[in-house]
Design a protein around this ligand. Sequence first.
Ligand code: IPM
Ligand code: MN
Length: 367
Amino acid sequence: MKTYRIALLPGDGIGPEVVGGARRVLEAVADRADLDFRYEVAAVGGAAIDAYGSPLPAPTLELCRFCDAVLLGAVGGPQWSDPSASVRPEQGLLSLRRELGLFANLRPIPVFPELQGLIPLRPEVLAGVDLLVVRELTGGLYFGPRKEQGADSDAWDTLLYCEAEVERVARVAFTAARGRRRRVTSVDKANVLASMRLWRRVVERVASEFPDVELEHRLVDSCAMDLVRQPAGIDVLLAGNLFGDILSDLAAVLAGSLGLLPSASLGEGSLGLYEPVHGSAPDLAELGVANPVAAVLSSAMLLRHSLDLDDEARDVEIAVSAALATHRTADVAAAGETAIGTSEMIDAILHQLDHPAPIPSRAGQGK
Ligand code: IPM
Ligand code: MN
C-alpha cells in the first residue's frame, strides 16, 4: 500500500471547517484506491500566533518540508488585524510560500453550468469560459524591500522582479497552456512600470521556446475589464503577485462564488501547498455554513500535482460538479432555495463519489 504524508494547516476562521470537510473526501479517496494517507495537523496564522507567538512556528515549517503535500484552510481575522501589531497571520502564509519555494500559484476558474443563473453576467458572455490564472507567488510587491511607517510620515513597498523569477513562472504558464488552448495572456503595466517592462521582455523570451503557444500582452487595467466583458478569449492568464491576487478574485465572479475556487502553489519539486482562494470569512466561522468546495477542489489539485493521482483527482472534481447540481451552500443557493451546511455538502460530494453520475459535467480544470 502506498503511503503519503499530508500536512493539514487549518488556520483561522472557516479554515478548520473546510479543511475538516476536505479531509473526509481525501479519506474516502484513499479508501477507494487502497492508499494510505497519513495526516499531520499543524498550526499557522492567527491560531499559531495565539498558541506559539508566531504565525509560522518552526515545527510547522519543518513538518511541511517533511510531507508530500500541504492543505491549508485560511489565515487572518479581526482579532489579529491591529495595524500596529508586530506579527500578522498573513505573514505565516507568505513565509510558508517563500520558504517552500512555491513560486507558481495555479488558480483554475471552475465553471459549473448548473450555477450560471447565479452569475451577474449574460449567458453569452459566459459561454466558452475556461480560464487558468497563473500567479507569481514569491516575488513582486509582496516581497520587495519595504519600510513601515514607524514614527515617520511615509511607508513604502517595492515592486521588484528579476529575470529568473519571471522566467520560471512564465515557463509554468506556457507549459500549462500546452495542455489547454495554447494561449497565454500576460498581464503587466509595462506602459508605466520599469519592473513590468522587464516582465514583458522576459515573457517574450520564454514564449520563443514555445512556438506552438500564442502569447498576448495586456495591461492590467484593461485586462480587468476584459475579464468580465470577454472572458472566453482568455486561456492562461499569467500575472505577477499583486495583479494575480486581484484578478483571481475578480475571475471568481465567473465561477459564481469565491467559495468554489481552489489553488495550488508549486515550486521546482513535487511538494505543493493547496488552499482555497477565499479567505477566513470570520463572520461565517463556526457556524457550519461555509462552502467547502474550494477546499475539496484544492484537495483534488493536491492529488493531481503532488501525489500524481490524476484519476482520483478527476473523480473528486466530477463528484463536486454532480453534487452542486442539487446541493448548495448559502453562497451559491438561488433566492428562496434552502441552503445546506458544510458537512451536508461534504456528504453530498461523498455520495457522488460512491455513486458517480452517469453524465459527468465539467469540474475544475486543474492542469
Ligand atoms: C490569497 C490571499 C493572500 C494573498 C493573503 C491572505 C496573504 O489573499 O491567497 O489570495 O494576498 O496572497
Ligand atoms: Mn487574495
